[in-house]
Ligand binder design. Structure first.
Ligand code: PA5
Length: 444
């Protein structure tokens, strides 16, 4: 299987090879910390050797569970937020048909619990009315508000529609081995469960059952996905492939040169949610201690008609990492037209992807000329294997990059602040003092 490839030559007008190489000793130490566990957050390094340590038995169990859900259900709702949502969503979108929702056939994987949108939940309930559906409820902590609300609503609906016994068979819970409300509920109801290991943080959990079960239900080959990650794990940890480390070094060299924002760019709409997954991975891992590259993402060429102006001409604090997909699945050629009223005959006969690639190249040249350094990650094609490689590449680079930045890449203390205020405002038992304080603040 072809490998993904990193190209950094278009950053060299901003940072030199020497600037990047200056970080090599520190980067080597950072990579070593991921395996010798001597760095910050070392109790959350279960993802580092996860691909090679995932056994066939677990993958077979996930596949069998997915098959049963596929056979039994017209819709399967994956409930989760953050790391318990974005990985599965990213892979399913990247591999799937753009119009899967409108096609007959395989069961549709829907998502809930990733927001608190009342209309979203109402419309989902309406869609599921009278339909055969199942639920995969995913929460590592088992206490997160957004998925808990969605699960309470959909569990009630499923029990009403199918009866409690049948509902039990169509609910799978993925959570901590022992702790949390979801574990307690799953045990008391007798749901099929999968475990998220303690040492794998949410945003690094896509290659655990958290991501693998919804991906398998959607009909994709999770063994090939894990195999792609395995290849990248072996190559990265053995030093045979230094691209993840080079990416981490380059983005840190750019950051130190004043480039504070990284934009992950794609030219394939199927990668929109890969950008969302990447934003969470890097945002939650690096944005702390008042430091960190701000991760943004654009979908081109769509966003060239909106954000393109800012990127070309706005503040010069940005750099781009472009995911370039070499081969498309299908071939569409632009037809010739006798009247040529739209003036497009100069590209008649060309594949749509040739035009897309010229948009990509033209944009890169313009952005580099405009002072926006560019990295490029060339992906042979959107396959399970390539996505597995990409996931491990970005995870490993994130660990190295976080250590280069001298933060703990594996905690997320900042996400608690909004929760404390929300619980105080909702008058959650145990938050009486915070409720009184926040009311006083709002009355001022
Ligand atoms: O990366 C993280 O840890 C978070 O984004 C979590 O995945 C997210 O908050 C959901 O948490 P949980 O799975 O505990 O419901």
């Amino acid at each position: 299987m072809e490998k993904i490839q990193l190209n950094i030559s278009d950053v060299l007008a901003t940072v030199s090879r020497a600037d990047i190489e200056a970080l090599a000793p520190e980067a080597a130490k950072s990579l070593a910390k991921l395996t010798d566990h001597s760095g910050l957050g070392n109790d959350f390094l279960g993802w580092v050797k996860l691909p090679t340590s995932t056994d066939e038995k677990l993958l077979n169990d996930i596949e069998a569970t997915a098959k049963a859900l596929r056979e039994d259900c017209e819709y399967v709702v994956a409930i989760g937020i953050g790391g318990s949502y974005l990985g599965a969503k990213a892979v399913i979108e990247a591999l799937g048909n753009s119009f899967a929702a409108y096609l007959p056939g395989a069961p549709k994987v829907l998502f809930a619990g990733q927001n608190i949108g009342e209309d979203y939940l109402y419309e989902l309930q309406q869609l599921l009315k009278g339909r055969k559906f199942g639920i995969i409820v995913i929460s590592k902590s088992g206490t997160t508000t957004e998925p808990a609300i969605a699960f309470r609503l959909l569990k009630e609906q499923l029990e009403q529609q199918a009866g409690k016994d049948e509902a039990r068979k169509r609910i799978v819970a993925i959570t901590d081995a022992k702790r949390g409300a979801l574990r307690t509920l799953a045990t008391s109801e007798g749901y099929k469960t999968f475990v998220i290991e303690d040492n794998v943080g949410g945003r690094f959990s896509v290659l655990t059952p958290v991501g693998l079960l919804p991906i398998a239900v959607a009909g994709y080959d999770i063994k090939a996905l894990v195999e792609g990650a395995r290849e990248m794990e072996k190559a990265t940890l053995s030093g045979k492939d230094m691209s993840a480390v080079t990416y981490a070094m380059t983005r840190n060299a750019l950051y130190r040169a004043g480039k504070k924002i990284e934009i992950l760019v794609n030219y394939n709409p199927k990668l929109h949610f890969f950008g969302e997954w990447w934003k969470q991975l890097y945002g939650e891992s690096e944005g702390k201690d008042h430091k960190g590259i701000f991760p943004a993402a654009v979908d081109n060429s769509t966003d060239l008609h909106s954000m393109g102006q800012w990127i070309q001409d706005g503040e010069r604090t940005i750099f781009e990492t472009v995911i370039s997909v070499a081969e498309q699945k299908y071939e569409v050629r632009i037809p010739s037209d006798d009247d040529n009223l739209d003036g497009l005959n100069y590209i008649a006969g060309k594949r749509v992807d040739e035009v897309n690639k010229m948009a990509e190249l033209g944009t890169k040249l313009a952005h580099v000329d405009g002072g926006v350094p560019n990295m490029q990650l060339v992906v042979p094609a959107l396959t399970e294997n390539a996505l597995g490689q990409m996931i491990y590449f970005f995870e490993a680079a994130c660990g190295v990059s976080g250590y280069l930045l001298e933060v703990n890449p594996f905690n997320q203390p900042g996400v608690e602040a909004y929760k404390k205020n929300m619980f105080a405002l909702l008058e959650k038992p145990g938050y009486e003092a915070e409720t009184a304080a926040i009311k006083q603040r709002l009355e001022k």
